[in-house]
Design a protein around this ligand. Structure first.
Ligand SMILES: *Cc1c(COP(=O)(O)O)cnc(C)c1O
Length: 360
């Protein structure tokens, strides 16, 4: 197999060690004679796998006891509606930070259930930065405050948590969860689709504070009620069993690498390499404000958009895959999640240098 590096935004690269272990355990998990895919979700083997995954996630993120960890399905998209359905509780409005394409999707969905106050927006500069705390227009009657801590498409990351008084903070962390330590108690709800920085598509992780569970708006489907999932330990319906198993292996891999402080260090190192190169080059350009540059998703443009196609083709020939930017923003995007080794970033920069030279 030729060496490739996969820069996809998601579903995305997974640690080679995890894939190798999953391969070794594919036909016979720990002498059970079965693949994890074939196990009953209520059997003792799988219950053990799920409990282990939850315990390791709790340890990695230091999740306090008064938070539930839910392993759900339906992606971050379902959370866009599940959040208002569970948190409005008679309130008529919610505050949202408008930082880009994913924030906008959350706003549009919430608008079906309540009045959305835009508590801050970076639309004025085409979503190339995130508003600061000083710029927030908070509404103390809001049921909750929602923000997207890493805009996967725009490449804008917030390295701080908004302070909102008594209003619970809800965060879509889909594309940077587990990339650095966070202080869970600053949040009411954290949610993330697994397919960016955790595991396979099909699993959605929700970390929710106890007191925010249990009251839904009229007509909420059973499957959209956090309480139903919390009361059934995420086994009300058949959970995404294989996804939970792989996520559990990723959690163990993260622990073996030194946990989230170690991940943060390497993620700073990897992203700094690429940003430093972009800034030094007059052939490539990063449009994102320095203080909001994502460590996970790094969009950049070439001097001439007419060179994009050649860049992508030659990158692919060099084993550098899925660098095309999102169709809504164009250009390139390198997603360098936890599982992307530094060698991948070095190979990308080496290729970018030679491409720039050849096309100067
Ligand atoms: C990918 C992504 C989503 C959508 O996730 P789905 O699992 O496809 O629903 C939402 N928010 C962010 C920040 C994302 O990166």
């Amino acid at each position: 197999m030729t060496q490739i590096f996969n820069f996809s935004a998601g579903p995305a690269v997974l640690p080679k060690e995890v894939l190798a272990q999953a391969r070794d355990e594919m036909m016979d998990w720990h002498g059970s004679g079965m693949s994890v895919m074939e196990m009953s979700h209520r059997g003792k083997e799988f219950m053990g796998i799920a409990a282990g995954a939850e315990a390791d996630l709790r340890e990695l993120l230091a999740i306090p006891q008064n938070y539930k960890v839910l392993f759900l399905q339906g992606g971050a998209h379902s959370q866009f509606s599940m959040v208002p359905m569970n948190l409005l509780r008679g309130n008529k409005s919610a505050d949202y930070l408008d930082t880009g394409i994913w924030a906008k999707k959350a706003i549009d969905e919430a608008s079906r259930y309540c009045q959305v106050n835009i508590a801050g927006s970076s639309k004025d500069k085409n979503y190339t930065y995130a508003p600061s705390q000083d710029a927030l227009k908070l509404n103390q009657d809001a049921a909750y405050f929602h923000f997207t801590s890493n805009e996967t498409i725009g490449g804008v990351e917030m390295f701080w948590t908004p302070v909102t008084g008594d209003v619970p903070v809800v965060c879509d962390m889909s594309s940077h969860i587990l990339s650095r330590p966070i202080d869970v108690k600053q949040y009411g709800i954290i949610y993330a689709g697994a397919q960016k920085n955790i595991g396979p598509a099909g699993l959605t992780i929700v970390i929710v504070r106890d007191d925010l569970i249990g009251e839904t708006i009229a007509g909420t489907p059973t499957m959209f009620d956090y309480k139903v999932h919390a009361d059934h330990e995420s086994m009300y319906n058949t959970p995404a069993t294989y996804g939970i198993y792989i996520a559990g292996l990723v959690f163990k891999w993260l622990k073996s690498k030194g946990g989230l402080p170690a991940m943060e260090k390497i993620n700073i190192e990897k992203s700094t390499l690429l940003y430093d190169y972009l800034d030094a080059s007059d052939f490539y350009h990063s449009p994102i404000a320095v203080e909001n540059r994502s460590r996970m998703n790094i969009p950049f443009t070439l001097k001439e958009a007419s060179l994009d196609e050649a860049f992508l083709k030659q990158a692919q020939q060099n084993g550098l895959l899925q660098l095309k930017g999102h169709k809504l923003v164009g250009g390139m995007r390198a997603s360098i999640y936890n599982a992307m080794p530094i060698e991948g970033v070095q190979a990308l920069i080496a290729f970018m240098k030679s491409f720039a030279q050849a096309n100067a």
